[in-house]
Design a protein around this ligand. Structure first.
Ligand code: DHB
Ligand code: FE
Length: 277
């Protein structure tokens, strides 16, 4: 049967991708941020997962605000990024795990989740920046990806509890898959940030650290928050934190924290990193 080895949370700020492309990871601004990643990379090269299930949000590349699935799952054989308006360098295609993705979709529909199933789908920085961070030099040819895309761009957005429940259903689906594949689950995005409006630049370090603690020790506390609470506490882009709840739902209730880091700010955002086994 398939096994979930652990979960990783990371921010997905586009400027990180640009810093990687420009090779400026060791400059004073970036060093403390990038220096947090080697332990996670080492864990990945040690555990060698076959599949990465990635909870992320699409910022308008594939799903613009004119048509927004609440939950979209990719079942394609391959995924591509393309220019999101800031000249992202082309990266190698990302391989999909089509068969397991279809299994997950079947199970989710059985569990009454009304997902959008995507046989073609462009993936944006929400998914590709974490890939570049985890596998330097874009050395991710060996891993197959299942994108799980959750709407946090257009209200109404799914509640933290709904995303946690989706994660639980995905975890159950993985554990009922009859091939011996090892899976790592990602939650990308967050932490607090607000990119526009009167509170542009808003960051809430205290709330970010509270979320990092709760995601590990008491995720139920976060499921009691509403999207409105997240906007208030973590800024208008703070709802990206629901990706972390999706990841957490897929993991065992009991886990070990292998690595943790919080660095603020990167661009406009509080950047959190967790490795959970
Ligand atoms: C930033 C953060 C994001 O999550 C994003 O999607 C785009 C930009 C930022 O802080 O610059
Ligand atoms: Fe984002």
């Amino acid at each position: 049967m398939a096994t979930i080895l652990g979960g990783i949370t990371t921010s997905h700020i586009p400027a990180i991708g640009r810093a990687i492309d420009e090779g400026i990871e060791q400059t004073p601004y970036w060093k403390p941020f990038f220096d947090a990643y080697p332990p996670v990379r080492e864990w990945l090269s040690d555990k060698k997962p076959d599949v990465a299930i990635i909870f992320y949000n699409d910022h308008g590349l594939e799903f613009f605000i004119d048509r927004k699935p609440t939950f979209a799952i990719g079942v394609a054989e391959e995924y591509f990024n393309s220019d999101e308006g800031w000249g992202i360098k082309p990266i190698p295609p990302i391989h999909g795990e089509s068969e397991m993705a279809w299994h997950i979709c079947n199970e989710l529909v059985d569990q009454e989740f009304d997902i959008t199933i995507c046989q073609e789908m462009k993936v944006d920085h929400g998914l590709t920046v974490p890939m570049q961070l985890m596998w330097p030099g874009n050395q991710y040819d060996h891993i197959k990806v299942i994108p799980v895309c959750i709407n946090v761009e257009q209200h109404p957005m799914p509640s933290p509890k709904r995303c946690y429940d989706l994660g639980k259903a995905i975890g159950d689906a993985v554990r009922s898959y009859d091939k011996d594949l090892n899976v790592v689950v990602f939650g990308t995005g967050g932490m607090s940030h607000q990119l526009d409006g009167q509170r542009a630049g808003f960051i809430n370090k205290e709330f970010d650290l509270y979320c990092m603690d709760k995601i590990v020790n008491e995720p139920q506390a976060l499921t009691r928050l509403s999207i409105r609470d997240l906007v208030e506490q973590a800024g208008s882009q703070g709802p990206e934190l629901i990706m972390w709840l999706g990841m957490r739902g897929a993991l065992n209730p009991r886990l070990t924290v292998k690595h943790s880091n919080y660095h603020v700010p990167i661009s406009n955002t509080g950047a959190g990193l967790l490795l959970l086994e």
